[in-house]
Ligand binder design. Structure first.
Ligand code: ADP
Ligand code: AMP
Length: 208
């Protein structure tokens, strides 16, 4: 099953994708996580990603396409994948359709998390990450265990100014994808406000 978790930055896509991927035994493909790993490696490609990421701007489609195609054709994704933070532009959505079609697959559904801006800001400002495992926490709603309190960090781009740019990028380039998927009858919108478990149950129900 190939599934997209959709929504603005901080909506809870990664959190839900991680649980769902474990449950279904298919990988979570987060372009943000892949880019952060590349950036940490210090590679030339990672340096290019960093330029855009620290400004809160989308990385150009050409760079994203190659990355996703490589990841999607890896053996562990042979039975499907849960995409989170991808696609973010119309060319990326078209590219995903093309690559899946080349593999004899198509998207099962796109689950959009509907979360108002005040909740998003609260989630983003409280987000903390364990960079060694990629596990995401929240200072209030999902606090890290005591032994990790000193280890978790705030993402470089989770500051007020960058969040504003990320929100603008989402509205101008990513949100239009809602009609792309709605026209193809793939869109399922769920209320993203509630506990992790409540939202998870809504996502499960939406997938069917
Ligand atoms: P995204 O991948 O959409 O950017 P994340 O999954 O990283 O979002 O979630 C953003 C923050 O909100 C994280 O700190 C996460 O722990 C927290 N979070 C996610 N879902 C919920 C929820 N249902 N209730 C409260 N906090 C949540
Ligand atoms: P995320 O982890 O999804 O919040 O993404 C963090 C940052 O990585 C974004 O603000 C972009 O700069 C970059 N990024 C992640 N995924 C994509 C994508 N699919 N297309 C373009 N840029 C991306």
């Amino acid at each position: 099953m190939d599934l997209v978790l959709f929504g603005p930055p901080g909506a809870g896509k990664g959190t839900q994708a991680r649980t769902l991927a474990e449950e279904r035994g298919i990988p979570q493909i987060s372009t943000g996580d892949i880019m952060r790993a590349e950036r940490r490696s210090g590679s030339e490609l990672g340096k290019k990603f960093d330029e855009y990421m620290k400004a809160g701007r989308l990385v150009p489609d050409e760079l994203v396409g190659e990355l996703v195609e490589k990841r999607l054709t890896a053996e562990d994704a042979a039975n499907g994948a849960i995409f989170d933070g991808f696609p973010r532009t119309l060319p990326q959505a078209e590219m995903l359709d093309r690559v899946l079609s080349g593999l004899g697959r198509k998207l099962h559904s796109v689950v959009a998390l509907d979360v108002p801006l005040d909740v998003i800001i609260d989630r983003i400002t409280g987000r903390r990450v364990d960079e060694s495992t990629g596990q995401v926490y929240h200072v209030s709603y999902y606090p890290p265990p005591p032994e990790l309190t000193d280890k978790v960090v705030q993402r470089k781009d989770d500051n007020e100014e960058t969040v504003r740019t990320r929100d603008q990028e989402y509205r101008s380039k990513t949100e239009p994808l809602l009609s792309y998927y709605s026209e193809r009858s793939l869109l399922r919108t769920v209320d993203g406000v509630g506990s992790l478990e409540e939202v998870m149950n809504r996502v499960r129900e939406a997938i069917g």
